[in-house]
Design a protein around this ligand. Structure first.
Ligand code: ATP
Length: 283
C-alpha cells in the first residue's frame, strides 16, 4: 500500500491536578484524558527517500521540529529502516490550544508506520518511542480515555466516561504549555478535589465534584478572558465548564445533545471565538 490515511483526534482533560515537582524540573500530574470528535487528518505516502512534512497551517512547522516528523524519524531509526515517508497534515485542531494536536499527529504517524511495516513494534516499544516525543503522545496510542500519572507516562485505560457532548471554545490567543508550568506556583494550586474512580459510575452530578484543572489559575491570571468563556458556557446551558490542559481552550459538557447544539449556536453566533460541537469518543 502506498498511502495511509489516519484520523488524528484532539483531547480534553476532564481533570488535571499537579501533585509535585521532580528534581529534574518536570511536574508530576494526575489527569483524566478523553479523545473528542475533532480530527486532523494525517496522510502517510510511502516509497520516499526522505522524511518530509506538509501542513498548510501557518503556525505548524514543516521541518524536523514538527512532532510528526520526529515520530517518523524515531520510528525508522529504531528499526534501522532507511526509507523515507511523506507526511501530509490537514490541520483542523486549533494549534497551541491545550487540545494535544501535535501529540496526536505524532501518535498517528507511529501507528501508521507500525501498520505499514507489519507491526514490528509491540505496544510497549511504540509507547517508549512516543514518550520521547512528548508526555501526551502515549495516550493517543491507546485509543481510549485514560488516567495519566507521573509526567504523563503511567497510563491506565478508563472505561467509565459516560456519553457526553462537548461545546469547545477556543479564544483567539495561544498559550505555551512550558510557560504555564514555569509560572505555576505549587503552593497556590487550588484544586482541592481528589480523583475518585467511582465518580463517573455514579450520577453525572458528581462530574462537577470531579472537574478541576490546576493550570487554570496560571492561564486565567494572564488571560482573564478564559473566565468569561467559562461563564458564557454555563450561562448558556452547559452543565459544567473547564479549561483543557494548559489552555486556552475551554469546554462545556452536556448529557443532552440537543442542549449542546443550542449552546453551540448561541456562542458561535456571538462571533467572538472559534466554537466546535463534538462528542467525547468512547472508547
Ligand atoms: P501541548 O499541550 O502538548 O503543547 P497543544 O495542544 O497546546 O499541546 P499543539 O497544537 O500540539 O499544542 O502545538 C504546540 C506547538 O507545537 C505549536 O507551537 C506548534 O508550532 C508545534 N507543533 C509541532 N508539530 C506540530 C503538529 N504536528 N501540529 C501542531 N503543532 C505542532
Amino acid at each position: 500500500m502506498n498511502e495511509l490515511v489516519i484520523p488524528s483526534p484532539a483531547k480534553i482533560n476532564l481533570f488535571l491536578k499537579v501533585v509535585g515537582k521532580r528534581p529534574d524540573g518536570y511536574h508530576e500530574i494526575i489527569t483524566l484524558l478523553c479523545r473528542i470528535g475533532l480530527f486532523d487528518t494525517v496522510v502517510l505516502a510511502f516509497n520516499q527517500s526522505t522524511i518530509s512534512v506538509e501542513c498548510a497551517h501557518p503556525r505548524v512547522p514543516e521541518d524536523k521540529s514538527n512532532l510528526a516528523h520526529r515520530a517518523a524519524s524515531l520510528f525508522l531509526d529504531a528499526l534501522s529502516i532507511h526509507d523515507g515517508v511523506a507526511i501530509f497534515i490537514d490541520k483542523v485542531i486549533p494549534v497551541a490550544a491545550g487540545l494535544g494536536g501535535g501529540s496526536s499527529n505524532a501518535a498517528a504517524v507511529l501507528m501508521g508506520l507500525n501498520q505499514h511495516y507489519g507491526l514490528p513494534l509491540a505496544d510497549r516499544e511504540l509507547g517508549g518511542i512516543a514518550l520521547k516525543i512528548g508526555a501526551d503522545v502515549p495516550f493517543f496510542l491507546i485509543r481510549h480515555s485514560a488516567i495519566a500519572r507521573g509526567i504523563g507516562d503511567y497510563l491506565e485505560v478508563y472505561k467509565d466516561v459516560p456519553p457526553l457532548s462537548v461545546v469547545l471554545v477556543r479564544p483567539t490567543f495561544e498559550v505555551s504549555t512550558s510557560w504555564v508550568y514555569k509560572n505555576l506556583s505549587l503552593g497556590l494550586t487550588n484544586c482541592e478535589k481528589s480523583f475518585k474512580y467511582h465518580c463517573f459510575e455514579e450520577a453525572f452530578s458528581k462530574v462537577n465534584d470531579l472537574l478541576c484543572n490546576d493550570l487554570e489559575q496560571v492561564t486565567i491570571r494572564k488571560f482573564p478572558q478564559i473566565k468569561i468563556v467559562k461563564r458564557a458556557l454555563i450561562d448558556l446551558g452547559a452543565e459544567t465548564a473547564l479549561m483543557s490542559g494548559s489552555g486556552p481552550s475551554v469546554f462545556g459538557l452536556f448529557r443532552d445533545r440537543h442542549q449542546a447544539k443550542k449552546t453551540f449556536h448561541s456562542i458561535r453566533d456571538r462571533g467572538e471565538w472559534d466554537t466546535f460541537l463534538v462528542d467525547v469518543l468512547r472508547p
